[in-house]
Ligand binder design. Structure first.
Ligand SMILES: [Zn+2]
Ligand SMILES: [Zn+2]
Length: 221
């Protein structure tokens, strides 16, 4: 039995948007009168098309901007509590979920462990002097997207970022301010809760990234 991929994608996204949880696969299989293995096969196809990311056991870990596991960010709305996939994803949730125009995003500095939280809405970037750091360059973000998201984090300042890079033995990626991350987040995931969503072509993605104020080889620009 085959499962309609767009139908399943929407089922996953609407469940995550409204409850913060991925749907139960047995329930989805029952709703559609198919076997769980059919749903699992369809999820693998969606993952291959980069609509979501599965963990090693085949469970949904990410359907951007939503995560089902702790990748460092909680995002609290009025009705729903989410895991945010990364700082980019967390800032995107209020732009995507119709009834949640403002959320509380909380995380810790990777460098020193200090807690950071921002009220993030649709009208303007959140207040804050912290910086965001992206470790994996755009061309390789999907090589292991769970690793990539888990390394798109916030830091108190350059000192905390340097301390973390030293400790991890990582080369510096791309650091920027919160306002840039917010601009990046505003429209990046637009349409994902709608039927017939199509991922951006590379040229449109590049145009979007430039419009958010990004440049350089890290972003492929
Ligand atoms: Zn710090
Ligand atoms: Zn992410």
């Amino acid at each position: 039995m085959t499962v309609d991929l767009e139908d399943l994608r929407l089922r996953v996204y609407t469940s995550l948007a409204s409850t913060g949880r991925a749907p139960d696969l047995a329930t989805v299989a029952q709703e559609r009168g198919v076997g769980e293995e059919d749903v699992q096969a369809a999820l693998r196809e969606l993952a291959a098309a980069r609509h979501l990311a599965l963990d090693a056991s085949g469970k949904i870990a990410l359907a951007h901007p939503f995560a089902t596991v702790d990748l460092g960010f909680s995002v609290k709305g009025t009705n729903t509590l989410w895991w945010g996939g990364c700082i980019w994803d967390s800032f995107a949730i209020p732009h995507l979920v119709p009834d949640e125009r403002e959320v509380l995003v909380a995380t810790t500095c990777q460098g020193c462990g200090r807690a950071h939280a921002w009220v993030v809405g649709r009208e303007a970037p959140p207040d804050g002097e912290q910086i965001a750091h992206f470790l994996v360059p755009a061309a390789h973000m999907w090589d292991d997207v769970i690793f990539t998201c888990s390394n798109q984090r916030a830091f108190c300042d350059e000192r905390c970022l340097d301390a973390w890079l030293d400790r991890q033995g990582h080369a510096r990626g791309y650091a920027t301010d919160l306002a840039t991350v917010w601009r990046l987040a505003t429209g990046w995931y637009a349409g994902r809760l709608d039927r017939g969503y199509v991922r951006r072509e590379p040229s449109a993605a590049h145009e979007y990234l430039r419009g958010a104020g990004l440049s350089g080889a890290f972003w492929g620009l």
